[in-house]
Write a protein that binds this ligand. Structure first.
Ligand code: SAM
Length: 336
């Protein structure tokens, strides 16, 4: 059997979840942070972490197949990919990996069969609440991981968004579902004439980005508002940004965009910033997260045509779809 034979490909794919589980386990016990720049014998690494050395060897052996961690003979070393699991890495993805491997995620995957049979996700029936209510009420540790993971993703994309935005002629900018506000803060820094409002659920805005807090360097040009965009968006603004928030049930997307239309004025712009599934440079990632959205919020990664149709259903006029960096697109609509 060669490494690229269909039999091998299928056998390996069927156990891809072992790699996800290994990734989560090494983060939880702290392998990436314990490992510095020089090789560390696996026994010493295990002793430092207080874990079983023989199992650590096996877990690292699995991750090595995917390019994470290496064994030089003198000991275990980082690779470029495993370094992204370190707390101090500027492009850290540690919380993102934890988020998509949370215990409730493993509970949800078997529901894919039911979704196939019924045409929708069944999160509410399994947990008795909609996804965000359940997350904030029952899983506070997971909520913290989620908010951190969103900031990690924003660190990767915010500069490209701030560069791509044409906001010379606008004064007020509202980021709806903006999480802790990393992206809004980056945009306000890049465009010093803008005033910004961060709107998100109370659990997300409880600890906003330090730049937006009272005394922070952007405090005078920003406000942080706890609000539910499915009920009302409590700000009249020239621009409403929805970044990576409309990947939930289509009816909710239309409702949220409709609330932006009600809150704004004719000529206000609505920017939907998202990873379009039909134009993604990471098809395995994009199609995978699309299925997780199906199972948690009955949502999806959008196609260009799909998101345009939803914006139009909400009464907006879509004018442009442009890339923002390599990972995201800006779908630009106007309130007629
Ligand atoms: C995937 S995160 C994206 C966060 C941020 N826009 C970013 O790109 O980093 C989705 C965000 O939507 C927020 N959210 C969910 N339901 C909401 C609602 N009904 N009203 C306002 N925000 C909501 C969540 O709290 C979360 O911060």
């Amino acid at each position: 059997m060669t490494a690229d034979s269909p039999v091998t490909a299928l056998r390996e794919l069927s156990l891809a979840s072992a790699a996800s589980a290994s990734l989560r386990a090494v983060i939880r016990v702290g392998v990436a942070d314990a490992l510095g720049d020089s090789p560390m014998p696996v026994g010493e690494l295990a002793d430092t972490l207080g874990v079983d050395a023989a199992i650590l060897v096996r877990v690292l052996r699995n991750l090595r197949c995917y390019g994470l961690f290496d064994d030089t003979g003198a000991g275990i070393v980082h690779t470029a990919a495993s370094k992204l699991l370190r707390e101090d890495h500027p492009e850290r993805l540690k919380n993102w990996v934890l988020w998509v491997t949370e215990p409730w995620v493993w509970q949800l995957w078997p529901d894919l069969e039911q979704a196939l049979r019924t045409g929708r996700g069944h999160f509410d029936e399994r947990f008795g609440e909609d996804f965000f209510t359940q997350l904030h009420k029952e899983w506070p540790e997971s909520t913290e991981t989620f908010n951190r993971s969103q900031t990690e993703l924003s660190v990767l994309t915010s500069a490209a968004i701030a560069d791509a935005l044409d906001v010379a002629d606008v004064k007020t900018f509202t980021d709806v579902g903006g999480g802790r506000g990393y992206t809004l803060a980056t945009i306000l820094e890049r465009h010093p004439h803008l005033h910004g409002t961060l709107v998100d659920l109370p659990a997300a805005v409880a600890t906003p980005d330090p730049r937006l807090r009272p005394g922070g360097e952007l405090a005078a040009r920003s406000q942080v508002v706890a609000g539910d965009c499915l009920t009302e968006i409590p700000v009249d603004a020239d621009v409403y940004q929805f970044k990576s928030i409309l990947e939930w049930d289509d009816e909710l997307t239309v409702k949220a965009l409709g609330n932006a239309k009600r809150a704004g004025h004719p000529g206000s712009r609505v920017l939907i910033i998202t990873n379009l599934i039909d134009d993604s440079p990471e098809p395995r990632y994009a199609t995978g997260i699309d299925l997780l959205f199906l199972l948690n919020t009955n949502g999806k990664r959008h196609t260009k045509a799909g998101v345009t149709a939803l914006a139009e259903r909400a009464g907006l006029r879509v004018e442009n779809v442009t890339p923002a960096g390599t990972l995201l697109h800006i779908v630009e609509a106007v309130i007629p």
